[in-house]
Ligand binder design. Structure first.
Ligand code: B3K
Ligand code: ZN
Length: 861
C-alpha cells in the first residue's frame, strides 16, 4: 500500500456543485444511481480526467450528459471519466450487497436495518465519487424500498417528499442545503421508533429532535435526549454556535466500529452511547453518553460547517471538538473531576502512543490507511494543544479567536494552520513557536527543581522532547505551566502564576516564600507534559492533603504511589525498611483523603484511584509487568488492611445514601466500590461478603457492576460464581449489559483470567461480527496487564490470533488491537521476545488488510 504524504496535497481538478443519489434499497442488493454535476476547478491544475474513487465497486452504467459513455476506464479501484468541456453531468450506476459488508464501512446491514458509515473513506464503497473532504457538494437523495421492512427512511438535511410505490414499496426524498464532503453523507432505512422532542434556538428556529431506536429501546433514550438539548444550549452560550437545520436526527445501531458519527443532520450512534437507564447503565455510561452526544453535536460547527482540507488536518475537527466536549462536560459534572478523568485517559493511552513506535504529531506527515490515525494523539493530545492556547489567552480572548475562526472559514475545508492563525489574530497571541506542537511528536519531559534562596525560591526548569520515529531531533516548545509555591512550615498556600517555558532551560524567581517552600506545578494539568521534580515524600503528603488545586492534589498522591512502585518494581527493588517507610507515607496520605470532610465524594473517589499499571510501566525501562502487578497489589493490600475500619465505615456511610443522580449520590457510589477494591486486597473475606451484599442490594448498575468487578477478581469465594451467573441470567438478551459481563471477566485480577477469556471466546453469546462484543472481551483483556502480560506469552498469542481472525472481516477493528503488541521495546527481555514473535507472526500472514499491515510494519519499525 502506498504512503500518502501531506506535502503532496493538490486541489481536485473538478468541482461537484450538486450530487443526486437514487437508492433502490435491499439488504442483499442495493442499486445506486449517482448523478454528479461537475465543473472545472479554476483553482486547480486543469485535467480532462475526472478521477472517481471506488472501493469494491464496478460501474454498471456510465453516462455523460445523458448519453451512454465509453470515454471511461478503470485505474485499479478508481474510475476515470474523460470529459471534453468545462461542465458536464456524469451519471453512474453501481450495485452493492449491504448484507455482505462485514467491514461496517459504506452501506451495511445491522439487525435488519440499513445504515451507513462514510468517514473517512466509506463513501467510495457506495458510489464512485471524489471521496475526499475538500470536495463539497449539495446533496439531494431519493430512496425507495419495501415499506414493511424499512418503514423509516432517513437521510441528511430535510425530508422534502414521500410517496408510495409499487409492490409494497415506498420512497422518500431528502435535501441537504449545506454543501458537504462525502464523508458526512448518511442514510438509514429500518423499522425504528423515535423519542421526539424539540429545541428552539436563540434566534427562534424550532428544531425537531428525534432519537431513533428499535422498538423496545425507547424507554432508555431520555438521558440521550436531555444531553442533546443541553449540548445545543451550551454551544450557543459558550461558543455562540446555533444549529442550522429544522431537523436533527440521531439513530442508534448495534453494529458500529466506533462511538458515533457526526453526519450532517443525521448522527449515527453506537447503541452504547445512546441507551441508558439506572438498571442497565453505570454513572460512567451516563457520562459517556452525555459526552459523545455533545461531541457529535458540536461537530456541526467544528467539522461540518468548517471541515478539513485533507485527512492530515483531522485534529482540526477532532482535537477542537474533543476540547469542546470536555469543557461542556466540565460545566455539567464539575471541572476538577472531569479534568482528572481526561488526564487519566491522556496518560493511559496517548502518552504510551507518543513514546512508542506509532508516535505521530497531531498533524501527521504521512499515512497508508487513514483509519489508523483516529488516535488518542489526534483526539486527546489535539484537544490539549488547543486547551494550552486557551490557557495562555484566557477564556474571553480565546472565544474571540474561535469566533474569528468560524467567521473566516465557514463553508470551507480548512487546515490546522487556518485555525492557529485565527486564534493568533483573534486572541492576540504570538503562536509562531507554538506551531511546533503541530509538527513535533513525543511527550515533552520537564525537569523541575525549586532552589530556596533566603526569602526567595528559584524554579529551575529544563525541557527535552524525546526522539520519535522519523523525528530524531526536536526543538524546545512553549510550555504553559501553572505554578504555585506553598509553605509546608506554616501551611500557607502560594498564589498561582502562569509561566511559559519556551527554552531548553530557564529559571523563574518566586519572592517571599516561606521556610519550607513546596512546589506545586502543572496545576490543572496546564500542559500535556511529564514532570520530574525533586520532591520529598513529606512534601507530597502535604500537597496530597492540602493543595488548593484539585488536580495538583490528585497528582501529589499519584506521584507518591508511582514513585514508590517504580522504585519497588525496577532494578534491585527496595530494601524492607525503605519499602515500609514509603508504605506508611502512602497510607497516611490515603487516610487523610478518607478523613477529609471538606471533600466531596466524587472527588474523594478520584483521589482514591491508584495509578494504572500501564502508567507505572511507562516510567520504567524494560518494565516487568509481573513485578509491577505484585508490588501494586501488595500496596493495595497494605492500605486495605491498615485502613480496614475506615474503609468499612466509608462503605457503610455511602451505602446509606439512596439512589439518585445528585453529585452526592453519584459520589457515594464511586467511593463505595473504591472502598471494596482496597478491602478486597487487604481483607478479602470481609470484602467478599460486603461485595456480595452490595451486589444483592443493588438498585442500579453502578453498584452492581462495581461489586461484580471486585468479586470477579477474587479466589476462594463462592460468591464469585454465583453472582456472575446471576448477572448473566438477569440480563440475558440485553447486548450492552452482556458486553459488561464479558468485560468484567476479561479485565479481572483473577489468576485464571487467561483461561476465562479462552472459555468466554467459546461462549454462545460471543461473536466476531459485533465490534462491541469483540471489544468487550478482547480490548478489556488487552488492557488487563495481569492477563495480557501473562509470563507464558499466552496473552500475546491470543491477541495475535484475534487480529488474524478478525482482519479479513473487519480490518479497521482488527488493526486497533495491534498497538498493545507494539510495546515490546518497553518490556523485560522475556516478554519482549514473546511479544515480538507474535507481531512477526502477523506480519508473515498471507494476506493482511492495509490497516493491519500498516500498524504491524510500523510497530516492528
Ligand atoms: N468522526 C467520527 C470518527 C470516524 C472514524 C472512522 N474511522 C467520530 C467522531 O470523532 O466524532
Ligand atoms: Zn469527533
Amino acid at each position: 500500500p502506498p504512503l500518502i504524504r501531506r506535502e503532496d496535497y493538490t486541489p481536485f481538478a473538478w468541482l461537484v456543485p450538486t450530487t443526486h443519489l437514487d437508492f433502490a434499497l435491499g439488504l442483499e442488493k442495493t442499486r445506486v444511481v449517482a448523478t454528479l454535476d461537475v465543473e472545472r476547478n479554476p483553482d486547480a491544475e486543469a485535467s480532462p480526467h475526472l478521477r472517481l474513487n471506488g472501493d469494491g465497486l464496478e460501474p454498471v452504467e456510465v453516462e455523460v450528459d445523458g448519453q451512454a459513455a465509453n470515454s471511461w476506464a478503470m485505474d485499479g479501484e478508481t474510475l476515470i471519466v474523460t470529459l471534453p468541456a468545462d461542465r458536464h453531468t456524469v451519471r453512474i450506476v453501481t450495485e452493492i450487497d449491504p448484507s455482505a459488508n462485514t467491514q461496517l464501512m459504506g452501506l451495511y446491514a445491522s439487525n435488519g436495518m440499513l445504515c451507513t458509515q462514510c468517514e473517512a473513506e466509506g463513501f467510495r464503497r457506495i458510489a464512485f465519487f471524489p471521496d475526499r473532504p475538500d470536495v463539497l457538494s449539495t446533496y439531494t437523495v431519493r430512496m425507495s424500498g419495501p415499506k414493511a421492512q424499512f418503514p423509516i427512511l432517513l437521510c441528511n438535511g430535510n425530508n422534502t417528499a414521500n410517496g408510495e410505490g409499487e409492490h409494497g414499496t415506498h420512497w422518500a426524498e431528502w435535501h441537504d442545503p449545506w454543501p458537504k464532503p462525502s464523508y458526512l453523507f448518511a442514510l438509514v432505512a429500518g423499522d425504528l421508533v423515535a423519542n421526539s422532542d424539540s429545541f428552539t434556538t436563540r434566534s427562534g428556529r424550532k428544531v425537531d429532535l428525534n432519537i431513533w431506536v428499535r422498538d423496545g429501546d425507547l424507554p432508555r433514550t431520555d438521558h440521550a435526549m436531555r444531553s442533546l438539548k443541553k449540548s445545543m444550549e451550551w454551544d450557543e452560550e459558550v461558543f455562540g454556535r446555533e444549529y442550522d437545520l429544522d431537523l436533527f436526527n440521531i439513530v442508534a445501531v448495534s453494529d458500529f466500529n466506533m462511538g458515533a458519527m457526526e453526519n450532517k443532520g443525521l448522527n449515527v450512534f453506537n447503541t452504547k452511547y445512546v441507551l441508558a437507564d439506572e438498571e442497565t447503565a453505570t454513572d460512567g455510561d451516563y457520562d459517556g453518553i452525555e459526552g459523545v452526544i455533545a461531541h457529535e453535536y458540536f461537530h456541526n460547527w467544528s467539522g461540518n460547517r468548517i471541515t478539513c482540507r485533507d485527512w492530515f488536518q483531522l485534529s482540526l475537527k477532532e482535537g477542537f471538538t474533543v476540547l469542546r466536549d470536555q469543557l461542556f462536560s466540565q460545566d455539567m459534572q464539575g471541572e476538577a473531576v472531569k479534568r482528572i478523568e481526561d488526564v487519566r485517559v491522556l496518560r493511559g493511552v496517548q502518552f504510551p502512543e507518543d513514546s512508542g513506535p506509532l508516535a505521530h504529531p497531531i498533524r501527521p506527515d504521512s499515512f497508508r490507511e487513514i483509519s489508523n490515525f483516529y488516535t488518542s494523539t489526534i483526539y486527546n493530545k489535539g484537544a490539549e494543544v488547543i486547551r494550552m492556547m486557551r490557557t495562555m489567552a484566557g477564556p474571553e480572548k480565546f472565544r474571540v479567536g474561535t469566533d474569528t475562526y468560524f467567521d473566516r472559514h465557514d463553508g470551507e475545508a480548512a487546515t490546522c494552520e487556518d485555525f492557529v492563525k485565527s486564534i493568533e489574530d483573534g486572541a492576540g497571541l504570538d503562536l509562531q513557536q507554538f506551531r511546533l506542537w503541530y509538527s513535533q511528536a513525543g511527550t515533552p519531559k520537564i525537569k523541575a527543581e525549586l532552589v530556596p534562596d533566603a526569602s526567595r525560591a528559584v524554579l529551575k526548569l529544563t525541557q527535552t522532547v524525546p526522539p520519535t520515529p522519523g523525528q530524531p531531533d526536536k526543538q524546545p516548545m512553549p510550555i504553559p505551566l501553572k505554578v504555585a509555591v506553598h509553605d509546608r512550615a506554616s501551611g500557607t498556600l502560594g498564589e498561582e502564576r502562569l509561566i511559559v517555558l519556551d527554552k531548553a532551560q530557564d529559571s523563574f524567581v518566586f519572592e517571599n516564600v516561606g521556610d519550607q517552600p513546596v512546589l506545586s506545578i502543572n496545576r490543572g494539568f496546564s500542559a500535556p507534559v511529564s514532570i520530574e521534580r525533586e520532591i520529598s515524600n513529606a512534601d507530597l503528603v502535604f500537597l496530597a492533603a492540602r493543595d488548593d488545586d484539585p488536580f495538583a492534589r490528585y497528582e501529589a498522591f499519584q506521584d507518591l504511589v508511582v514513585g514508590h512502585l517504580v522504585a519497588a518494581a525496577s532494578g534491585d527493588g527496595l530494601a524492607d525498611d525503605a519499602k515500609s517507610a514509603a508504605r506508611e507515607d502512602i497510607t497516611s496520605a490515603f487516610a487523610a483523603i478518607l478523613a477529609d470532610d471538606a471533600l466531596e465524594d466524587t472527588m474523594r473517589g478520584e483521589l482514591m484511584l491508584f495509578p494504572s499499571q500501564t502508567y507505572i510501566a511507562e516510567q520504567i525501562e524494560a518494565a516487568d509487568p509481573g513485578r509491577i502487578f505484585a508490588e501494586r497489589e501488595a500496596l493495595k493490600a497494605h492500605i486495605g488492611a491498615a485502613l480496614e475500619s475506615d474503609l468499612v465505615a466509608l462503605h457503610e456511610r455511602a451505602s446509606a445514601i439512596p439512589f439518585g443522580f445528585s453529585q452526592e449520590a453519584r459520589g457515594s457510589r464511586k467511593v463505595k466500590t473504591q472502598a471494596l477494591v482496597y478491602l478486597a486486597a487487604g481483607a478479602p473475606e470481609k470484602a467478599a461478603d460486603m461485595a456480595a451484599a452490595q451486589y444483592d442490594a443493588a438498585d442500579n448498575m453502578t453498584d452492581r457492576q462495581g461489586s461484580l468487578m471486585v468479586l470477579a477478581g477474587m479466589t476462594g469465594t463462592a460468591a464469585r460464581t454465583g453472582r456472575l451467573l446471576d448477572f448473566y441470567n438477569r440480563y440475558k438478551g440485553n447486548d450492552l449489559v452482556i458486553d459488561k459481563w464479558f468485560a468484567i471477566q476479561a479485565s479481572s485480577l483473577h489468576p485464571s483470567v487467561v483461561e476465562h477469556v479462552k472459555a468466554l471466546a467459546e461462549h454462545p453469546d460471543f461473536t466476531m461480527k459485533n465490534p462491541n462484543r469483540v471489544r468487550s472481551l478482547y480490548m478489556a483483556f488487552a488492557g488487563n496487564p495481569h492477563g495480557f502480560h501473562d509470563a507464558s506469552g499466552e496473552g500475546y498469542r491470543m491477541i495475535a490470533d484475534l487480529i488474524l481472525e478478525l482482519d479479513p472481516l473487519n480490518p479497521q477493528t482488527a488493526a486497533r488491537f495491534v498497538p498493545p503488541l507494539g510495546r515490546f521495546r518497553k518490556l523485560e527481555a522475556g516478554r519482549s521476545a514473546l511479544m515480538r514473535e507474535q507481531l512477526e507472526r502477523i506480519a508473515n500472514a498471507d494476506k493482511l488488510s492495509r490497516d493491519t499491515y500498516e500498524q504491524v510494519s510500523r510497530s516492528l519499525g
